[in-house]
Design a protein around this ligand. Structure first.
Ligand SMILES: Nc1ncnc2c1ncn2[C@@H]1O[C@H](COP(=O)(O)OP(=O)(O)OP(=O)(O)O)[C@@H](O)[C@H]1O
Ligand code: SF4
Ligand SMILES: [Mg+2]
Length: 335
């Protein structure tokens, strides 16, 4: 594995058993992640996008070892993480951190900020006890808060401030990889821009790689280096961000982009403009049409919604193929 690859995800699958199997009946499975591969370069941002239920958070949990894999392998800095135990596992837990969507639910309401932020230092015994407070103040400043926050409780902060505290907590252990699962979607648009800029600054200052999960394409366009578009548990297109946004190839990516508002980002400001045209109905996706991962359509899983489908589409599953500048799984792109 190349030295600059921090994470390699190799044909991973996660199936959840459904009720209704049992005596004499075959088990039915919900295929939340159904064969996903990607590599994350050091110091880069890899975005995963797609509609609700396509498997984004399941991938996050698998990468963090919060869920066991059904199949496949995950390598962190070349090492198969399923084999990690003892000290190596502890080190992995330090190196890979998560920032969740809901900054309130992920903070303990009974702990003061100083306690929340000192905890990782104590667990991992990173620095001497008498230096912890200074480090916590340092971290607060790094995320745009001050020492005033130390003795306060989570409910005393706004959503944006709480997300800053969660980001500070992730940074306590100097991680090499942060998985951010919809870190902005619970926040107001104006606050989203600030948190987005904070993530951008952190990325610039420290050599941290980021898996950025979002269904918000405008934010992904701004922050990521590479994007994987997922549909029903699989990647349907993977490309460098500018290539994907400049000329989407998969019909699903085209529709996702057409359905998304346009973005303009200036230093501290994030302006969202509607891109919808009068006949946009024809061009956009209806979230009520998403098929269920319990009954994945035959052939190309996207065929029931695809405006470009043709004869082969409901019969033959398209493979994810290298088309030169990117990977695409669609029969329109034959190599
Ligand atoms: N623990 C679980 N048991 C059973 N099914 C699950 C479990 N976790 C997730 N799923 C199912 O797996 C599929 C993928 O879920 P996941 O949370 O990964 O989607 P997502 O892309 O993160 O969606 P969203 O954008 O809504 O957060 C969904 O159909 C979901 O209902
Ligand atoms: S394989 Fe067919 S149905 Fe699937 S995205 Fe391509 S054209 Fe559409
Ligand atoms: Mg999710």
């Amino acid at each position: 594995m190349e030295n600059n690859i921090i994470l390699k995800v190799d044909s991973i699958k996660k199936f959840f058993p459904l009720k209704g199997g049992g005596f004499g009946k075959p088990h039915k499975w919900l295929k939340a992640v159904d064969g996903v591969d990607f590599e994350l370069k050091k110091d880069s941002v890899f975005a995963i996008v797609g509609e609700s239920g396509c498997g984004k958070s399941t991938i996050a949990r698998l990468v963090l070892k919060l869920l066991p894999l059904t199949e496949g392998k995950i390598y962190f800095k070349g090492e198969d993480v399923s084999h990690l135990t003892g000290e190596a596992l502890k080190k992995f837990r330090r190196s890979v951190q998560i920032v969740f969507q809901d900054p309130f639910a992920s903070l303990n309401p009974r702990l003061r900020i100083i306690d929340t932020l000192s905890e990782p230092f104590k667990i991992h015994k990173i620095i001497p006890k008498n230096e912890i407070k200074d480090r916590v103040v340092n971290l607060l400043e790094k995320v745009g808060l001050s020492a005033d926050a130390l003795n306060r409780y989570p409910h005393e902060f706004s959503g944006g401030q709480r997300q800053r505290i969660c980001i500070a907590r992730a940074l306590t252990v100097s991680p090499e990889l942060i998985v951010a699962d919809e870190p902005l979607s619970a926040l107001d648009v104006s606050i989203q821009a600030q948190i987005l800029n904070l993530l951008q600054d952190i990325k610039r200052e420290s050599a941290i790689s980021l898996i950025f999960i979002s269904h918000d394409l405008k934010v992904v366009h701004y922050l990521s280096d590479e994007v994987a578009v997922m549909y029903l548990g699989r990647i349907v297109e993977k490309a460098r961000t500018e290539d994907l946004f400049g000329s989407p190839k998969h019909p699903y990516t085209e529709l996702l982009l057409a359905s998304a508002p346009k973005i303009r980002v200036k230093s501290q400001e994030l302006r969202v403009e509607s891109q919808k045209t009068p006949n946009s109905k024809l061009l956009t996706l209806n979230s009520n049409d998403v098929p269920s991962p319990i009954n994945i359509p035959s052939g190309c899983p996207f065929h029931p919604r695809c405006p470009k489908r043709f004869d082969a589409c409901d019969k033959v599953v398209p493979e994810l193929k290298d088309t030169g500048d990117r990977l695409v799984s669609c029969h329109l792109y034959r190599v």
